[in-house]
Structure formats: structure tokens, C-alpha cells
Design a protein. Structure first.
Length: 278
């Protein structure tokens, strides 16, 4: 009755070392040394990602052969150790062949670690700038019906708006009606959030508001917008001169009418502003 149990115990002991045998992975870094554990009368296989072009060992106590991308290593003596070099078209790999030991602890195979491919970083793609023809042909004209004549020394007249890729290109003219020179600078642009007007703003879409109309506006918040681009025909205006300019700002995602305020450099402490309903 004890013999079956003894047989099972012997089988379990014999099978136990098999769980120690392994197939591992190795680095492809030429600055690292990989240690290989071998066993007599057994092959250790090294499998790379590309074909092998040459191998070299420091001792004939190991039999080394290669075929395509595989290298076969077999010790011929029990207590010998040496190093192994493997060359491919792109790099050299370094190994230390340890003395032959127990089969249970040997490396049956070493597969090269797959190359880590870094995810490409998203490119900072700058939207293409519209051509002058696109601005002139596709731009929406801005009405001046609501803008009253001004007596300010510097007058801003918004001509049209070109919209694309979430941006608005506003083309305007600066007129110097004063008695001394005026320098045109990049305007500060604000969006009037929660803007209200005595009449529907939908009726004033794509129109410029004069000072009287602007005084009738109410709002809950005024947010400054970043200026994406700014160009001016002539930054220095003598009395009686006029210059064209273009400023680009981001467009809000809302489909409701939006009121923008363009703040230019003051003249004689007088604010130079322009209001656009878009």
C-alpha cells in the first residue's frame, strides 16, 4: 500500500526542478552585460529582433553557433566561464556565460526585450494664415448705421470680419483727425460677457456701435482676450492720415451675439475704443 505513494513522491521530486527552468528576456542596451546560466548537454537559445552578423567568445569551452536572428550556446566543460559578444547591423550585445550548473536553474532561452516605441508628441500645428484675397472675398462687412459721427481726434472704423478655425480677423481703419501725430499700437481686446442692449443684439450683428450706443450697453463681466495676430499698415500717423490694420482674436463657441471692445492707445487722455457686435 505504501509503494504507490512512494512512487508519486519520487515523481514529484523529479518534476520539481522543471519549475525553475525559465525563458527570460534581455536588454538591447550595448552598455549592459547579460548573465546566462547554462547546463551541460543543453542548449541556451538567444533570440534577437534582427539578424546576427558575427559572434565571438573568449574561450572554446562553449560551443556557439548562429542562424539568422538566433544564437545557440552550449557548454562543453563543467567549470568554465567566459564572455560572449553578438553583433547585429545596428549594435553589439554583451553576455557573461556562467559555468554550467543544474538544469533546474539554467536559462533555456533569452528573448530580446521588444523595442519601446515612444508615442509621438502631438505637433504644435499653427493654423494657416488666410491670404489677403480670402479676407477680402470671404470677410463679412461691418455696418456703420449705428455708429454716430465722432469728434474725437482719433477715429476707429471697423470694415469687415473674416472668421475661420475658431479665429476672427478684424480689419479696421485708424483716422487721425487731430492736430498732432498718433502712434497706432496693438489694441487690447475684451469680450463683454452677459451683454444686454435695449434692442435685440441679433439685429445689430456685424455692426459697429458708436459711443452713444455703447453707453447703453450693460454687462456682467468683461474678459480680456489674447491677441493672436496684429498687423498695421503704418504705425505712425501724422494729422490727416489714415492707416489700415488687422487684429486676430479667438472666437467664443457661443452662437449668441457677442460684443467685443477694442481698446487702442489713448490720445490726450481720451480713450480710443471701438465696439463690435458679432
Amino acid at each position: 500500500m505504501k509503494q504507490p505513494w512512494a512512487t508519486l513522491a519520487l515523481l514529484a521530486i523529479a518534476a520539481a526542478p522543471l519549475f525553475g527552468q525559465k525563458i527570460g528576456t534581455g536588454t538591447s542596451d550595448s552598455s549592459q552585460v547579460i548573465h546566462l546560466k547554462t547546463a551541460l548537454n543543453h542548449l541556451t537559445v538567444i533570440e534577437l529582433r534582427e539578424p546576427v552578423t558575427q559572434v565571438a567568445t573568449g574561450s572554446q569551452t562553449f560551443k556557439v553557433e548562429w542562424r539568422e536572428n538566433k544564437v545557440f550556446v552550449q557548454p562543453t566543460e563543467a567549470d568554465a566561464a567566459t564572455n560572449l559578444f553578438i553583433w547585429t547591423a545596428s549594435r553589439r550585445l554583451n553576455y557573461e556565460l556562467e559555468p554550467a550548473g543544474a538544469v533546474a536553474t539554467m536559462d533555456f532561452g533569452v528573448d530580446e526585450t521588444p523595442a519601446q516605441v515612444s508615442a509621438p508628441k502631438p505637433a504644435n500645428i499653427t493654423p494657416p494664415r488666410p491670404s489677403p484675397a480670402e479676407v477680402l472675398l470671404a470677410g463679412k462687412p461691418v455696418r456703420q448705421e449705428s455708429a454716430k459721427p465722432t469728434k474725437k481726434p482719433v477715429d476707429i472704423v471697423i470694415h469687415d470680419v473674416y472668421e475661420e478655425n475658431g479665429r476672427a480677423f478684424v480689419r479696421y481703419a485708424v483716422r487721425n483727425r487731430g492736430s498732432h501725430a498718433y502712434d497706432v499700437t496693438t489694441p487690447r481686446v475684451y469680450m463683454l460677457e452677459g451683454a444686454h442692449y435695449p434692442q435685440s443684439l441679433y439685429e445689430l450683428a456685424y455692426s459697429q456701435l458708436g459711443d452713444r450706443e455703447a453707453d447703453r450697453l450693460t454687462m456682467t463681466l468683461e474678459s480680456r482676450l489674447p491677441v493672436l495676430e496684429s498687423h498695421v499698415q503704418s504705425p505712425h500717423l501724422a494729422p490727416g492720415q489714415e492707416s489700415m490694420g488687422v487684429v486676430a482674436v479667438p472666437l467664443p463657441s457661443s452662437t449668441e451675439p457677442t460684443v467685443f471692445r477694442f481698446q487702442f492707445a489713448n490720445d490726450d487722455r481720451e480713450q480710443i475704443t471701438a465696439f463690435l457686435v458679432r
